[in-house]
Design a binder for this molecule. Structure first.
Ligand code: HEC
Length: 105
C-alpha cells in the first residue's frame, strides 16, 4: 500500500548528511514542531499524515522539500503554512526524505 517507487529513484540524487536523530533536531530548531507532531494533527498535518498521502510516490522528496520551503495553503485545511526559508535546501531535502521514508505510522 505504501510503496515509494519515485523515492527510490530520487534517493540517489539527495545527499543525506544527517542521521535520523538529527532530523528531529532540525525540526525543533527550525520551529516545525510548533505546528507539526509525529502522529497528531495540531496546526499542520502530522508527519504520518504527510507520509501517508505522498508515500505512494505522488510527491517526490524534492517536491516536498520545495513545498516546505515555499509554504503552502489549501492542501490540508484552512490554515496556511508560512514559507520556511530559514531551512537550507539540503536540510529541507533531509527533512522531506525523512518524512517520506521514516514517518510512517
Ligand atoms: C505556523 C505553523 C507551521 C510551521 C512553523 C510549520 N508548518 Fe508545515 N504546515 C503548516 C500547515 C498549516 C500546513 C498545511 C498547509 C496546507 O493546507 O496546504 C503545513 C504543511 C506542511 C507539509 C505538507 C506540505 C505539502 O506539500 O502537502 C510539510 C511537509 C510541512 N508542513 C513541513 C514543515 C516543516 C519541515 C517545517 C519547519 C521547517 C514546518 N512545516 C513549519 C503549519 C506550519
Amino acid at each position: 500500500m505504501r510503496k515509494i517507487p519515485a523515492l527510490a529513484a530520487t534517493c540517489g540524487l539527495l545527499s543525506l548528511p544527517l542521521a535520523h536523530g538529527d532530523v528531529g533536531q532540525l525540526l525543533q530548531i527550525n520551529g516545525c514542531t510548533a505546528c507539526h507532531q509525529s502522529a497528531a494533527r495540531i496546526v499542520g498535518p502530522s508527519w504520518q499524515e504527510v507520509a501517508q498521502r505522498y508515500g505512494d510516490g505522488s510527491k517526490s522528496a524534492e517536491q516536498l522539500a520545495a513545498s516546505i520551503r515555499s509554504g503552502g495553503s489549501g492542501k490540508w485545511g484552512a490554515v496556511p503554512m508560512p514559507p520556511q526559508t530559514q531551512l537550507s535546501d539540503a536540510d529541507a531535502s533531509s527533512v522531506a526524505e525523512w518524512i517520506l521514508t521514516t514517518a510512517h505510522p
